[in-house]
Design a protein around this ligand. Structure first.
Ligand code: NAD
Length: 438
């Protein structure tokens, strides 16, 4: 059993903290937001993530998981300190590392014996070395450093953390690898691949993986757009491509463009770093450009369906989170859509099973509804932006009773196109031309 602190109790820090406690360690999750920590101490979970509530409850009850705002105390009491603070987009596309270096400073002031500083946040290649140098300047106590990037996906974060495809450990000393392997001992026993690399390689693995997935999405979106022009069906194309073992079916879903707290900022940070190093990543630059265009393309599709103008029209947005099973709206395609509709004089009624509250902080003028049926009522256009399961069953007969004009844009390709076309809807989706079945 190790004493561990996790600094930063967000989507990654909270899931990792609860997961590591579940591995049998003594974990303190720390955050600067007192309100968040108070909520957690009261048994309330500040984010929506399937299975997280139960995982936290189990580990709090066993006494292995605690929450605190006392960062210095947590550092002094820990053998391994994970940094899991945010690294949002900063100036010129670079990652903003201010929270990382601020935490590193606090760690350096509180080192009182051998500890490992382990960065879980996604940080540009070379950051680990900077942290190491910063801390070394402040203390003469020995310490270790490890880069342990996190690959969990929001929406399935608990499962991803407890049963990962691999764990990446980047360090420079044998003892540090040994200590980190102890942290992940249950996974080691499960034969989860544990990759030992240098710090820089570990940092690169994270960016290279995210950028690759983002490129895959942009690629299938471009194929989808071309499918629309040549009467091909992107569903069948993606399915058949995905059955090729070299390609895999994952991240081959055409849609409104990627969003979320990671892909947009991580692709930019990698491309910016590549530019600074004189090693331009043309494929990645193209994928980012395609993504911006794809979000705009969805707006144009909707505008066309509702008669070339949003002015005075009520549009229903179903799905605000950047993906299902999360309440996270960061960089969600719904943001581009909402900005455009409102900016051009339209009205919006919206529904998301989990993200209404977060969206309302950004767009207070939208009417937020408690069900998709309420959102759709009297609208002249409906857009599906997130593929929540409850939207999959929406059919034309239900909508006919609720909508004022029958215009539907399904940016996630989850509705039955032919049913809608046969029922007389103005219908569009991504990468499939309208064909009424005979
Ligand atoms: P988040 O914004 O949800 O959480 C960050 C937390 O850090 C917040 O609660 C914030 O209050 C806290 N914080 C900021 N400064 C602090 C400080 N000085 N001391 C203590 N706490 C502080 O962010 P997130 O989505 O959990 O992402 C964290 C990191 O993990 C990022 O680098 C991100 O790129 C990476 N990552 C995220 C995901 C994901 O799906 N969200 C997946 C893999 C990796």
């Amino acid at each position: 059993m190790k004493r561990i602190s996790i600094i930063g109790t967000g989507y990654v820090g909270l899931v990792s903290g609860a997961g590591i406690a579940d591995f049998g360690h003594q974990v303190t999750c720390v955050d600067i937001l007192e309100e968040k920590i108070e909520k957690l101490k009261d048994g309330k979970i500040p984010i929506y993530e399937p299975g997280l509530k139960e995982l936290i409850k189990r580990n709090v009850q066993s006494g292995r998981l605690k929450f605190s705002t006392k960062i210095s105390k947590a550092i002094k009491n820990s053998e391994v300190i994970f940094i899991a603070v945010g690294t949002p987009e900063g100036k010129n596309g670079n990652a903003d590392l201010s929270a990382i270096f601020s935490v590193a400073q606090t760690i350096s002031e509180n080192i009182n014996g051998y500890k490992i500083i382990c960065t879980k946040s996604t940080v540009p290649i070379g950051t680990g070395e900077k942290i190491f140098k910063q801390v070394s300047k402040q203390t003469n106590k020995p310490f270790g450093y490890c880069s342990n990037p996190e690959f969990l996906r929001e929406g399935s974060a608990v499962k991803d953390f407890l049963w990962p495809d691999r764990v990446v450990l980047g360090a420079s000393q044998k003892t540090d690898f040994e200590i980190m392997e102890d942290v992940y001992r249950p996974l080691y026993i499960n034969e989860t691949p544990i990759i030992h690399t240098s710090i820089e390689t570990a940092e690169m693995i994270k960016y290279a993986s995210n950028a690759f997935l983002a490129m895959k999405i942009s690629y299938i979106n471009e194929i989808a757009n071309l499918c629309e022009e040549v009467n091909a069906d992107v569903h069948s194309v993606a399915r058949a491509m995905g059955l090729d073992g070299r390609i895999s079916p994952k991240f081959l879903h055409a849609g409104p463009g990627f969003g979320g707290s990671c892909f947009p900022k991580d692709t930019k940070a990698l491309a910016t770093l590549a530019e600074e190093k004189g090693s331009t990543m043309h494929t990645l630059n193209g994928a980012m450009e395609t993504n911006e265009q794809q979000k705009k393309r969805m707006v144009e599709k909707l505008k066309y369906l509702v008669g070339d103008s949003f002015k005075g029209k009520k549009i229903a947005l179903l799905g605000l989170a950047f993906k299902p099973e999360t309440d996270d709206i960061r960089e969600s395609p719904a943001i581009t859509m909402a900005h455009k509709i409102l900016g051009e004089g339209g009205q919006i009624s919206a529904y998301d099973p989990e993200a209404n509250e977060n969206f309302e902080k950004m767009f207070p003028d939208i009417i937020y509804c408690k069900s998709w049926k309420n959102a759709v009522l009297d609208s002249v256009g409906l857009v599906i932006l997130t593929e929540w399961n409850e939207f999959r069953g929406i059919g034309p007969n239900q909508l006919k009773k609720l909508m004022k004009s029958l215009n539907v844009l399904d940016t996630r390709n989850i509705l039955n196109m032919n049913d809608f076309l046969k029922a007389g809807f103005n219908f569009d989706n991504v990468g499939r031309k309208y064909k009424v079945a005979r």
